[in-house]
Design a binder for this molecule. Structure first.
Ligand code: NAD
Length: 484
């Protein structure tokens, strides 16, 4: 007998060929509430039978959806966005229950995703081609954008609405069918999200939802000739593995593989204002964000004041169950993040870092952790070169611009970066010299629902969403034509 779903959660299922199903196997896994560590639902796993059925379905769905008009795609995506907003409060609760984030964070994510889905639907109407100059023989030549084919979209647990929502919307706006595999740790939001698209009128077979053992699912689906593009967000090591698998079938891919954002603070700023912005951003989603500000490099003249005030503001954050209204930081999403965060801090302290606040898990129930601030952290310390993906801020000082730029660019990660200065000249130097996919000046957030998202170096390949990201779901067919 499978455990019952707790109140307020959602019945979990796969969505294959237009049917909600428990699948043909007996395998599955328990889904946990990170605030209590207890089971809230049971997730059935797809077997090879369901995976093959999803592939066949996506193939049939592509034959239909590639012929849909941009107006139809826009209408359906607009309706899906409206349903997501309408069901927002219910979905936010499910998201907070299974991921641990606060209701406020979940609501923000839902509204952002709805805006993005709607915007991508509108953008479907602007997927224009190009008319080239006449060819050598007087031939007419044009580039015609075409959907790339059935897409496999795999997304992580930290943004369980935004990540699958963006990937599904890009695929559908471009005219592709999609098999989506959200994280097995946050499956309820995946179910509710797909329900919004289905109820909005996405035809059967155009969208399939699977869960299972990640390596088995991705291997079977990627090796199928049906899948023509893979979009993945998650850890670097997994991204590298999937990249190799895609190479065998010459599949297009978009990958977003994490970051290690530097934050360069100049000595001409209002310290309190920068602290307020960056503390909020650092501990949002308990630090489990690929664009989280991570390595703070603060100018020597203000470094002590900055570290003191940042520490005080971090220590004052109210940590608690994401479902409680007063909570400012929820628990970590799973036991692995608690172990990983503890190990990172221990390594930094062993190597001489100074602990300013936090450093420990809170209690024995659930996966709560203290907002942690370290200073004077040597480069060899693990969190200075590996993605902390948890509530750890590190503050070091600088007094030489050339050196701090070299420090910021030291790692293979290059997703997000931040700089704070009143000087236009310094802002210009930052935007030109920091190696990164995205940089924010005097803000602690990057991106937007209409902007492309992604990194360079080992942080990934390509961009997700925005006009540029949508184009990655298209091929351009060159047509050359003469009159007989
Ligand atoms: P983990 O190594 O335990 O989990 C791996 C994740 O990748 C899981 O979601 C799993 O479903 C998936 N995965 C593993 N093997 C796979 C395969 N062969 N095919 C498809 N998916 C596969 O790591 P974790 O504890 O879940 O996350 C911690 C690390 O992951 C962080 O340190 C961070 O670097 C990275 N991460 C990055 C992002 C991001 O936005 N880029 C999001 C989540 C996690």
């Amino acid at each position: 007998m499978k455990p019952q779903t707790v109140e307020g959660y959602t019945p979990l299922a796969l969505y294959i060929a237009g049917e909600w199903t428990q699948g043909s196997g007996t395998g599955g896994e328990a889904v946990l509430d990170p605030a209590l560590g207890s089971e809230i639902g049971w997730l059935p796993h797809a077997t090879s039978v369901e995976l093959d059925a999803a592939l066949a379905s996506a193939d049939r769905g592509f034959a239909v959806w590639r012929k849909s008009s941009p107006q139809q795609r826009c209408k359906v995506l607009g309706a899906a966005a409206a349903l997501l907003r309408e069901r927002g409060a219910k979905i936010a609760r499910i998201c907070a229950l299974e991921e641990g984030k606060t209701i406020g964070e979940a609501m923000w994510e839902i509204n952002f995703t709805a805006d993005r889905i709607e915007w991508l639907g509108e953008e479907a109407k602007r997927l224009t081609g190009t008319v080239l100059p006449k060819g050598f023989f007087g031939d007419e030549r044009r580039l015609v954008p075409e959907p790339v084919g059935p897409v496999l979209a795999m997304s992580p647990w930290n943004l369980p609405i935004m990540m699958p929502g963006s990937k599904i919307a890009c695929a559908l706006a471009a005219g592709c069918s999609v098999i989506v595999k959200p994280s097995e740790e946050t499956p309820g939001t995946g179910v509710e999200l797909v329900r919004c698209f289905v109820d909005a009128g996405v035809p059967a077979n155009v969208i399939n939802l699977v869960y299972g053992a990640p390596a088995e699912v991705s291997t079977r689906l990627i090796e199928s000739p049906v899948i023509r593009k893979v979009s993945f967000t998650g850890p670097l090591a997994v991204g590298k593995l999937l990249y190799r698998q895609c190479a065998d079938g010459m599949k297009k891919m978009t990958m977003e593989l994490g970051g290690h954002a530097p934050v360069i603070v100049f000595d001409d700023v209002d310290v309190d204002a920068v602290v307020a912005k960056t503390v909020q951003s650092k501990f949002s989603n308990a630090g489990q964000m690929c664009i989280a500000p991570t390595r703070f490099y603060v100018h020597d003249r203000i470094a002590d004041a900055f570290a003191e005030r940042f520490t005080a503001a971090s220590a004052a954050l109210k940590v608690g169950n994401g479902l409680d209204k007063e909570t400012q930081m929820g628990p970590l999403a799973n036991a692995r993040r608690v172990d990983g965060t503890e190990a990172m801090i221990a390594d930094a302290l062993d190597r001489g870092a100074k602990l300013r606040t936090g450093g420990k898990r809170i209690g024995n129930t659930g996966f709560f952790f203290e907002p942690t601030v370290l200073s004077d952290v040597p480069n060899e310390a693990r969190p200075m070169w590996d993605e902390p993906f948890g509530p750890i801020a590190m503050i070091n000082r600088w007094d030489n611009l050339e050196n701090v730029i070299a420090e910021a660019n030291r790692l293979p990660f290059a997703l997000g970066a931040y700089a704070f200065t009143r000087s236009q000249k310094n802002a210009q130097i930052m935007t030109e010299e920091i190696e990164t996919g995205m940089i924010a000046i005097n803000m602690a957030h990057v991106g937007g629902y209409d902007a492309p998202f992604g990194g360079i170096k080992e942080s990934g390949i390509g961009r997700e969403s925005g006009a540029e990201g949508l184009r990655e779901y298209l091929d351009n067919k060159l047509v050359t034509q003469m009159n007989l």
